[in-house]
Design a protein around this ligand. Structure first.
Ligand code: GLU
Length: 283
């Protein structure tokens, strides 16, 4: 089905790869055209990322039988590209600096008139406390947010829609502009002191790498409306999407990187082969 698809596996080097990562990498590689599976290291959060994990990731992926073209894209090398994208959104008047800390947001949302907080893809939907601020006031302690209502109005979009080829082929995943504003809100484009965010960098990098088919876990399905909005604002191509199932442990809990017991290298140390891993993952 993959025709000429260019796919990527985009881990953060914050721990060893576990079975969930192996599944994500193998799905991406299986759906890619020959030599069109790319690796991208998502290391914008330097406080959590370690070079030794990056080396382990490459070794584990090679062990699984995967290869990819070099050089590998590393997000920590890409800050000028993120800056340029942010500047473009700022020039459109769609950004503002935000000085709220998590506790401020929680406090604003717990005010009696607010009702129950709406939880979006990034947590509680931002109440807009700093929306009146202008970029001229932005300081080093600020995050930068997208003014979602202004962005949707700028594009004159009544809804954001994309198709997921795995979950519901042929049926658009729609989110109206009103629901985007109420249920997703003013997402962070640049985290404080970081110059970018997951959403901004993934969109800029998928375009820069020429990714035509984004494969990733279903937990990120709700983020895709944000990515499609950013692609439209930045005039970037909208890739195809394939959100895959998540690998869970015996209790049904989603595997996280701290579940070291499930690290791929432990299976390997116990004598498992790459074929055993594929079989365990149903691939
Ligand atoms: N770095 C992300 C993760 O580790 C992947 C994001 C994506 O595939 O868009 O979950």
């Amino acid at each position: 089905m993959a025709d000429d698809a260019v796919t990527r596996f985009a881990p953060s080097p914050t721990g060893p790869l576990h079975l969930g990562h192996a599944y994500a990498a193998l799905v991406a590689a299986n759906l890619a055209a020959p030599d069109r599976f790319l690796l991208r290291i998502e290391d914008i959060d330097q406080s959590r990322c370690r070079p030794e994990y990056e080396a382990m990731i490459a070794e584990d992926l090679h062990w699984l039988g995967l290869g990819w073209p070099l050089p590998v894209m590393r997000q920590s090398d890409r800050l000028p590209a993120y800056r340029a994208a942010l500047d473009r959104l700022t020039a459109l008047g769609l950004t503002y600096p935000c000085q709220c800390r998590r506790a401020d947001i929680r406090a604003a949302l717990s005010a009696p008139q607010e009702g129950a907080p709406v939880i979006g893809p990034d947590g509680p939907v931002y109440p807009g406390t700093c929306r009146h601020r202008s970029m001229a006031e932005a300081g080093p302690g600020d995050a930068i947010r997208l003014n979602a209502a202004a962005a949707l109005a700028h594009l004159n979009l009544g809804e954001i829609a994309f198709e997921d080829e795995n979950i519901a082929p042929g049926i658009p995943q729609r989110l109206s502009a009103t629901d985007f504003v109420a249920g997703v809100g003013d997402v962070v484009l640049a985290r404080r002191g970081m110059g970018t965010s997951y959403h901004l960098s993934v969109v800029v990098d998928d375009a820069a790498q020429g990714i035509t088919l984004v494969t990733r876990g279903k937990d990120l399905l709700d983020s895709t409306h944000i990515h499609v909005l950013l692609q439209r604002l930045l005039d970037l191509p909208v890739p195809r999407y394939h959100h895959h199932r998540l690998i869970r442990d015996a209790t049904g809990k989603r595997l996280a990187k701290r579940d070291d017991a499930r690290a791929l290298r432990l299976y390997r140390a116990e004598g498992a082969t790459p074929a055993d891993i594929r079989r365990m993952l149903g691939l």
